[in-house]
Structures are given as structure tokens and as C-alpha cells.
Design a protein around this ligand. Structure first.
Ligand code: NAI
Length: 243
């Protein structure tokens, strides 16, 4: 087994489930110390026990808790090499039916949560003059999607913040990139009716829905030394649906 991440310290938000869990599995297999940050305590404990990795139960919306967990990771591991801003939620409704609460819920996790984690952990990376930050956008940020004003706004914001941080943090040898997944088989897709998923699949040139491992592999590549000169991009991993 290739050990690209031997002894690297890697924080994955939303790591208890879905794509984040697939990424935690792969980073661990490649020698990393993985810490998952997730607000689902039961799922966090289960995944951490299953993979034999560390975890913090944390709501990334809360900047104080995020700073506390950053300090906690530093106490145990002395450094943080990679941040994967993977946690995200949907609260879909068409514009006229979308409540302000639905709008705010998605913005708080998908945008403010990414800001909180990146602000706290990039300060460690600036001190180290080294680091990799990967944030999860979505292909819907590239083409818009019915019923997802809040989600598309947040995921477009992730692409924008990635470009800003690539410029601001590059001089500290920190690479900042985003991944834009297509439709991926996780609990998040449970809200989409079966017949709509079939229509989606027809639009994918590779004629399949993606697997969590497809996105995890992109995270690993962007976090690796092989991606050392890639900075500020959004990598679509969508079976060719948009790209
Ligand atoms: P998921 O719902 O399976 O997992 C998301 C994880 O984030 C859960 O474990 C959840 O507890 C955690 N989380 C949610 N809010 C949190 C908070 N405030 N603080 C801490 N943890 C929190 O989702 P999935 O599908 O694995 O998605 C991962 C990322 O990929 C998300 O950012 C999502 O928007 C993005 N994405 C997913 C696609 C898909 O088709 N599944 C498509 C495009 C993007």
C-alpha cells in the first residue's frame, strides 16, 4: 500500500458519514493520523471506533468550539497538515417556498462553517509554512439547480473563498483547492426521488452515480505532494456531467 500520508495530521469535517467517512478510511490506509470533526455524536463514535481514528464532536457553525477543537488536536499531535472542509447540508425548496430558516441553516454550515475551520486551522499552517486545504463545493454551483438557492449560494461561495485563500495563503506554501462532486451515493441523495435520480444518471456521460470513494480519491490527490503546484482550482468529479 502506497503511504503518501505517513504521520500527516488530517482533519476532516463531516467525517462521520458518507464522503467524509470514505476519505477518513483512505487517509488512514495511507498512514495518516485522521481526526474527524462531526456534530453527529453517535455516528462520530461509531466511525472513529470502526476505523480506529480520533474524533471531536463539534458543530462547525460555532467558531469558539472550532478553535477549542483546533487547540485540542494541536495538544495531541502538535500540528495539522491537511484540512478537508467536507461537512455540508441541504435544505431544498424553490425560491418562493424557501423559508429564511432554510436559507440561514445552509449558509451557516456550508459557508460560515468552512470559514470558521479554515480561519482556525490556516493559522497553524501559516506558522508551519506548509499545508493543504480542500473544500467541498458541488457541480450545482457551476450550473445552478432547481430548488437549491441556499445550497448553490453556499457552494458558489466555497469556490470564491477558495480563490481568495489560494492568493492569500500561497506565500506560506499552503495550497487551497476545491472539489465539485457530481451526484454521489450518500444519505444526502435520499431526499431526491428515484425517478429524478434516473434522469440525472442519463445526463452523466459515464452513466452512473458517483461513489464516495470517487470524491475521496480527489481529496487525497489534492492533499498529496503530487498536487504541490495546483492552487485555487475547483476540480469537478462528476463523470463528465458538467465538465
Ligand atoms: P452526508 O450527509 O452523508 O455527510 C455529511 C456529514 O456532515 C454528516 O456526518 C453530518 O453529521 C456532518 N455535518 C453536517 N452539519 C455539520 C455541522 N454543522 N458540524 C459538523 N458536522 C456536520 O453528506 P455527503 O453526501 O457525504 O456530503 C459531503 C459533502 O459533499 C457536503 O459538503 C456536500 O454538500 C457535498 N456534496 C455531496 C454530493 C452528493 O451527491 N452526495 C454532491 C455534491 C456535493
Amino acid at each position: 500500500m502506497n503511504q503518501r500520508f505517513q504521520n500527516k495530521v488530517i482533519v476532516i469535517t463531516g467525517g462521520a458519514n458518507g464522503i467524509g467517512k470514505a476519505a477518513a478510511t483512505k487517509f488512514k490506509e495511507e498512514g495518516a493520523h485522521v481526526i474527524i470533526w462531526d456534530y453527529n455524536e453517535a455516528q462520530c463514535q461509531q466511525t472513529a471506533a470502526e476505523l480506529n481514528i480520533d474524533f471531536n464532536v463539534v458543530d462547525i457553525r460555532n467558531a469558539v468550539d472550532v478553535q477549542y477543537c483546533t487547540d485540542h488536536v494541536l495538544k495531541k499531535f502538535s500540528t495539522i497538515d491537511v484540512l478537508i472542509n467536507n461537512a455540508g447540508i441541504t435544505r431544498d425548496a424553490s425560491l418562493q417556498k424557501m423559508s429564511h430558516q432554510q436559507w440561514q441553516d445552509v449558509i451557516d454550515v456550508n459557508l460560515t462553517g468552512v470559514f470558521n475551520c479554515t480561519k482556525a486551522i490556516s493559522s497553524v499552517m501559516i506558522g508551519n509554512k506548509s499545508g493543504k486545504i480542500i473544500s467541498t463545493s458541488s457541480i450545482v454551483a457551476l450550473y445552478g439547480n432547481f430548488g437549491q438557492t441556499n445550497y448553490v449560494a453556499s457552494k458558489s461561495g466555497v469556490i470564491g473563498m477558495t480563490k481568495v485563500w489560494a492568493r492569500e495563503l500561497g506565500k506560506y506554501n499552503i495550497n487551497v483547492n476545491a472539489v465539485a462532486p457530481g451526484f454521489i451515493e450518500t444519505d444526502m441523495l435520499n431526499t431526491i426521488p428515484e425517478h429524478l435520480l434516473k434522469q440525472v444518471m442519463e445526463k452523466v456521460p459515464l452513466k452512473r452515480i458517483g461513489k464516495p470513494d470517487d470524491i475521496a480519491n480527489a481529496y487525497l490527490f489534492l492533499a498529496s505532494e503530487e498536487a504541490g503546484f495546483i492552487n485555487g482550482i475547483t476540480l469537478s468529479v462528476d463523470g463528465g456531467m458538467v465538465s
